[in-house]
Structure formats: structure tokens, C-alpha cells
Design a protein around this ligand. Sequence first.
Ligand SMILES: [Fe+2]
Length: 182
Amino acid sequence: MNLPSISKCFELMAETKMLDNIKVHSIMVSKVAILLAQYMRQAGIPLSLELIETAALLHDITKTRSLQTGERHSRTGARFLRSLGYPEVASVVLQHVRLSRYSDSSLPSPSEIVNYADKRVLHDQITDLAERMRYIEERYGADDKKRQRIQLLWRDSVRLEQKLFRFLPFEPHELPDLLRPK
Ligand SMILES: [Fe+2]
């Protein structure tokens, strides 16, 4: 598996002129994703922390540009990372808004963890799923069709949360406390 180093991730953020607020959001998503993944590894689930960390840091790599162009940043981010030779990171980034498949029975995957972590971070703050989804609805639910799609995403994200927390020794609302420096 070819993964960028952490410093390469930050270089890419600089090269793509990532906005500061998107950068701090990405750093917080990576902290959440790593924490979840560490607990899951303790529960015996094999996961690459390096893949999860780098994909979380890079999940919004084309988001800054998308604010101008209107491109689908999950797709273009994945394409960009694939072109750099990081197909595994690209696959996680492709699925960070919506997973290509929701499964209750498979073991948690890096894509599921990064997708969920992104839904627990509003700007650079930990939030709950409902607040984050309300924000998405307000910001992106311009018409009925979009609102409907967001409702489906909400439903699937609740399912995803339930699935992931079957493998974790704490509850969703305890996440902010666990991330606070001791
Ligand atoms: Fe994003």
C-alpha cells in the first residue's frame, strides 16, 4: 500500500491552497478517526492507522477549489490522489460524503471510519450526528430532491453510527471527553 507521509499531506494542503478552516476541520476529523480506529484495533479489528490518518487529513483536498468550481469534491479529490499514486487513500476520500455501500454485517473499514468521523466534526468542533446533519441540510438542501438525498444520507449515517459503536467501549456522546487532552 502506497501512502503519503504526514508531512506530504501537509505539503499537498499547502500546494492546493487549502483554506485554513478546511485545514483545521481536516485535522480534527483525523483526530476523531484515529481515536475510533485505535479503540477498534484494541477490539481486534485489523485497521491501518496510517491509511485512516492520511485519508482523513486529505479528505477535503479539493474542497477549497470546489467552492469556486462547484465540482463534486469527493470525486475530484479521489481522482487527484489516484493520479499521485495513492489509490487506497483515494478510495476512502471518494466515500467520505457517502459510502458506496452500507453494510451492517462487515467489519468496520477505513472508509466507514473516516466517513463517520467527518460527520462528527462541524468546522473544527466535535458535534453529534443530528447537529451535523441539520447543518448539511441547511447548507446543501437547496431543493426537495437534495433534501431527500440528505434525509437518506442521515438515515444511513445513523445506521453507520450504530454499527461502529458495536465495536467501541463508549457511547457516541462520550467522544468529546475522550478527545480532550488529559
Ligand atoms: Fe468533504
